[in-house]
Design a protein around this ligand. Structure first.
Ligand SMILES: Nc1ncnc2c1ncn2[C@@H]1O[C@H](COP(=O)(O)OP(=O)(O)OP(=O)(O)O)[C@@H](O)[C@H]1O
Ligand SMILES: [Mg+2]
Length: 267
């Protein structure tokens, strides 16, 4: 593929509270591609995700993040989201007082307004999506993720189980239709059935219009959502990249062989 990658991270250095966490990380994700990002606890995976989304505590000290060929470094988190970047959080927060349905409708209207501003909107925005159309969309996507319809009326993530929170994140992705989605440990805390449902939900959304970066510790989800590329992050850098076989190798060998710098081959 030769077109400009939707997401291009170039020699990124990021500091949190004055401490350098990302130390020269480069990565490209195109629509239609599934990338898995693995690596030991504390290696900087969530830092990368949070930085891509533009959370203020993450200071880009050098390097570049391009989305659809344009730097996002001056864009706020909500602008990035409207432009088509999406992140499912490792630890989704509750928003008491805001129902799932209201949250999603507001987010979708903002996203469509963003598409409209870009001239890429599929439909006129006006006052936002008509309630009836939104309910139908919500029902369809909740069915896809085997979610009970009563969840729509509950406050977002308030009292949700771990698995319900992760499903709600994927529901948000299904509704917003981002171009690049970052899933930070969306598989953690899911039981076997929920993992399959969530993975099938992701698979149903993956296609030529979506590129995905899946951050995970476990090979298991990659049995369902097949990555084209697997990257391993160690100490703020991508130490090695490969295909799906790399995840299998990590599953059996762990990370020590990488930390010790014994293996230097790249595919
Ligand atoms: N807001 C913050 N304040 C202080 N330190 C931070 C902050 N965010 C991240 N760090 C530090 O940055 C390092 C990388 O953290 P990060 O959460 O990115 O790792 P991770 O690879 O996602 O780990 P895990 O696999 O456990 O989720 C850690 O040492 C962490 O303590
Ligand atoms: Mg993390």
């Amino acid at each position: 593929m030769s077109h400009v990658p939707e997401l291009a991270v170039k020699n990124l250095h990021v500091a949190v509270e004055g401490k350098e966490i990302l130390k020269g990380l480069s990565l490209e994700v195109r629509k239609g591609e599934i990338h898995a990002l693995m690596g030991p606890n504390g290696s900087g995976k969530s830092t990368l995700a949070n930085t891509l989304m533009g959370y203020p505590r993450y200071e880009v000290t050098s390097g570049e993040i391009l989305f659809k060929g344009k730097s996002v470094l001056e864009m706020e988190a909500d602008e990035r989201s409207r432009a088509g970047l999406f992140m499912a959080f490792q630890y989704p927060v509750a928003i008491p007082g805001v129902s799932v349905a209201n949250f999603l409708r507001t987010a979708l209207n903002a996203r469509r307004a963003g598409q409209e501003a870009n001239g890429t909107g599929a439909m006129p925005v006006g006052k936002g999506i008509p309630p009836k159309e939104f309910r139908a969309l919500l029902r369809e996507k909740m069915a896809l993720l085997h979610m009970d319809e009563s969840v729509a009326g509950r406050y977002l993530n308030d009292g949700f189980s771990g698995g319900e929170k992760k499903r709600a994140e994927i529901l948000q992705m299904a509704i917003l239709k981002p171009e690049i989605a970052i899933l930070d440990e969306t598989d953690s805390g899911l039981d076997i059935d929920a993992l399959r449902v969530v993975a099938e939900g992701v698979n149903a959304l993956v296609g030529p219009d979506l590129g995905v970066l899946i951050i995970t510790h476990y090979q298991r989800i990659l049995n369902y959502v097949k990555p084209h590329f697997v990257h391993v992050m160690v100490d703020g850098q991508i130490q090695i990249s490969g295909g799906p076989e790399l995840a299998l190798k990590l599953e059996s060998l762990g990370y020590d062989w990488l930390r010790e710098g014994k293996e230097v081959t790249t595919p």
